[in-house]
Ligand binder design. Sequence first.
Ligand code: GAP
Length: 528
Amino acid sequence: MPATTLDQLVSLCKRRGFVFPSSEIYGGLQGVFDWGPLGVELKNNIIASWWRANVYERDDMEGLDAAILMNRLTWRYSGHEETFNDPLVDCRDCKSRWRADHIKGRCPNCGSTNLTEPRPFNMMFKTAVGPVADADSFAYLRPETAQGIFVNFGNVLATSSRKLPFGIAQVGKAFRNEINPRNFLFRVREFEQMEIEYFVMPGTEDEWHQRWLDDRLAWWESIGVPRERIRMYDVPPDELAHYSKRTFDLMYNYPTLGYEEVEGIASRTDYDLGSHSRDQETLNLTARTNPNRDSTARLTYYDPESKRHVVPFVIEPSAGVGRCFLAVLAEAYDEQMVKAPPAERIGAVTDALDAFLKSVGRSEKLAPETRDALLERGQAIREGLPETMPQIETLLAMPGADQIELGKKLRGQAQGLIDEYFRTVLHLKPHLAPVRVAVFPLKRNHEGLVAMARDLRRTIQTGSSFRTVYDDTGAIGRLYRRQDEIGTPYCVTVDFQSLEDGTVTVRDRDTMQQVRIPASEVRAYVGG
Ligand code: GAP
């Protein structure tokens, strides 16, 4: 059963160390998260796959890594100082603050319609550069990586001798002071973007827009997010950003959230290079830009055929790493019943769940929305038993569950059953998996087995681009389950036969089938 709720992914990320709340021991910081040991591996693999597909495997791209801090004028001429605003409203009754376009005229906290008029709120974070914080010393943390590419257009062109069309790719941090960060990694205040600015001859932008749409959808497919799970939204003219002629938003069907934007592919005309250029009046720009008296450059391209300087048009595919991470996890997530549990044990869990939910319903300690959320999830699990048994872990990790004493009893009844009869498995593409290979000795107190397993781990790891780990902290069955849950495609076991003939067993994550092969062939077997 694939992920049906965002909570399942939140719970897995917490349980297995993919993602932690930032500065958690001090109560966290809203809308900011840290990547844990497994999260950083998966995230880096996603970024590496994007870079490989968009830079190495094409012959029309260069890479860039521009600084987060930029001259403030960048944001004046990009239009962000003036237009990077969200409409903000305050609830006059409970004093909470919301994005007007997210709440349909009613406060989600207290239900009041007594709201202030929407007013613009600029989402850029400010910081001071240098020891004296005065009116001239401030800079913004970039709210997108794109501008770092535009202002470097001339530098890249001059040093790479590229001809149009060509693009520049960049991955990096962006910061937005979101009014209401929410839904885990989906809307946060510090995040990473993977952005391409692709420069084309004016007049060819529609053709390239379509080509990039196709190329990007193919990449999503290659990382395990199939075409049929993405809806293409052709943004209507009245919703377009100020720089855009046309934008295709790729909307992924997130569990709980439904279809939401994971990537935007915008056709930005000559707005960006034009805006950052001096002498705009000589450039025949089609976009409306603010006159620029500060730039020292004309960001143009000399077209040898027409012998004219032109301002290239831009196609921009821009994806968020965190939203991509969530989509990849949601697609890969699976809870499987490995064998049917005995009826009396299912009955015992059902009784414990009923008692827990009754206690939730009666509890006066819980806020009404916390109680309703627990009851709703609990009922859905109850109706789906026994297949939904593993979701009891998610239920017990939800806010408020730890305040219900009977939760302990429910955990006690369910945990052993889940461990024995179910598995959570991430069917991640092998090139994305945080760990590609896990090596175990059949017995952890046998010197020969341990030495061979450790040696094999080192041999597989050396010189490879993926991670291989050694583990001997449990019985083999338990180790398999732990690796399934983090998406490790191959588990290798060193047993007594290995000591005699040098072979090992390799277990496949998805089929759970094992093959016996010489240890020396494992590296090639798992994909070099
Ligand atoms: N340069 C164009 C640009 O920044 P955008 O639609 O504002 O366009 C691009 O952002 C992508 O960045 C989005 O599709 C989304 O994946 C990601 N993104 C934007 N704001 C985000 C936020 N607050 N939290 C997480 N990801 C975000």
